[in-house]
Design a binder for this molecule. Structure first.
Ligand SMILES: *Cc1c(COP(=O)(O)O)cnc(C)c1O
Length: 367
């Protein structure tokens, strides 16, 4: 049996070879490596895609989160509420702007619990940072209502959810700023580090553009001390090409996810149900199971690649020691960390592959 890889970036290259090489060659010929034509082109395409005024291309999703908070004036003494179950970058970005991350627990679907958010609000709270984990939006009705009632900013970590919607509205377009990653492992992926943010506010976008490039307003004028967070022109050219392919990628991933739902035995495998309000793009397909580590080994022995997003919750990482948490603080997150397993759902898997994985999972529990 051939292996079923968790990700397959080589297959992506083979599928796109001609188009990709043409795009890269053209970018190399133009030789406008920093701040070149493709960067502006990508920003317009991303703004159009999201139906917002502004998109700003950046070198990573983490910098998008940091810069969003910087231009919203969030810093020392401010609290930002964000989930304990996320990739570490959401919490780290809050720390990097000098603010205090206030972690909260999640729901069975792994996304931020709005009741926990409400309980965590203090006079120092400045923003909520929901993470739309796995390609599924957090409950943006409740989160936006809380933000409005308490006068809080909303920074969406949509790094895993480009193209996902909640009541027909795209991830990243609810809050003040939506932050995205185009890391090679995301659904809209570059061939290296990449990210962007979207916003309706031209003032915020303009300041992010300044801050991403040394704070310069022109060649000889530094308005404020900035960073180097620009997206390479080469990556912008690749992303511009791949943005056109994104709907197809999402369709194939959704087809694979739908087949898993049909085949996996619900007596042994919990798959968070899709709510009516959501359109999920399945950046990852995460199930919750007993004997997770044994199952993962059982699948690995059959050449089936899986992953765990994430085995150690942020509040229990060594880096978070200063936040003063202990095991038991976020019971849902911690229970999920022991039970979650990410099955391969990438767009290069066919129905036969998904069927093989699902049968292998079911067989493990039936034997
Ligand atoms: C990938 C990811 C990020 C960070 O993106 P980078 O581009 O790697 O900086 C942030 N948050 C979440 C939830 C992610 O999955």
């Amino acid at each position: 049996m051939p292996p079923i890889p968790y990700v397959n970036l080589s297959a992506q290259f083979e599928e796109e070879r001609e188009e990709l090489l043409a795009v890269v060659t053209a970018a190399l010929q133009r030789a406008d490596f920093v701040g070149g034509a493709a960067v502006g082109g990508l920003e317009r395409a991303l703004a159009d895609f999201h139906g917002v005024a502004e998109a700003v291309a950046l070198n990573s999703g983490t910098d998008a989160l940091m810069l969003a908070m910087m231009v919203l004036g969030i810093g020392r003494g401010d609290e930002v509420i964000t989930p304990a179950n996320s990739f570490v970058a959401s919490t780290a970005s809050v720390v990097h702007v000098g603010a205090t991350p206030v972690l909260v627990d999640v729901l069975p679907d792994q996304n931020l619990d709005p009741d926990a958010v409400e309980r965590a609000i203090t006079p120092r709270t400045r923003a909520i940072m929901p993470v739309h984990l796995t390609g599924r939006l957090a409950d943006m009705d409740r989160i936006m209502a809380l933000a409005e009632r308490h006068g809080l900013a909303v920074i969406e970590d949509a790094a895993q959810s480009v193209g996902s919607t909640w009541r027909g509205r795209l991830a990243g377009t609810f809050g003040d700023v939506g932050c995205f990653s185009a890391h090679p492992l995301k659904n809209l992926n570059a061939c290296g580090d990449a990210g962007f943010l979207v916003t309706r506010r031209a003032d915020l976008a303009e300041r992010v553009r300044r801050l991403r490039s040394h704070g310069m307003v022109d060649r000889n004028t530094v308005a404020e001390f900035g960073l180097v967070s620009r997206l390479d022109t080469l990556q912008a050219a690749i992303l511009l090409m791949r943005l056109k392919r994104l709907p197809g990628v999402i369709e194939r991933r959704r087809r694979n996810a739908a087949l898993y739902r049909e085949l996996l035995d619900p007596a042994h495998v919990f798959v968070p149900p899709c709510r009516e309000e959501e359109f999920n793009t399945f950046h990852t397909f995460v199930v919750q199971v007993d004997r997770r580590d044994e199952l993962q080994a059982h699948l690995a022995a059959q050449g089936i690649g899986t992953a765990i997003h994430y085995p150690v919750p942020i509040h229990l990482q060594p880096a978070a020691a200063g936040l003063g948490h202990k095991p038991g603080d976020f019971p849902v997150t911690e229970a999920q960390a022991r039970r979650i397993l990410t099955l391969p759902v990438n767009q290069f898997l066919g129905a036969d592959d998904v069927t093989r994985v699902a049968r292998a999972v079911n067989a493990f529990y039936r034997s």
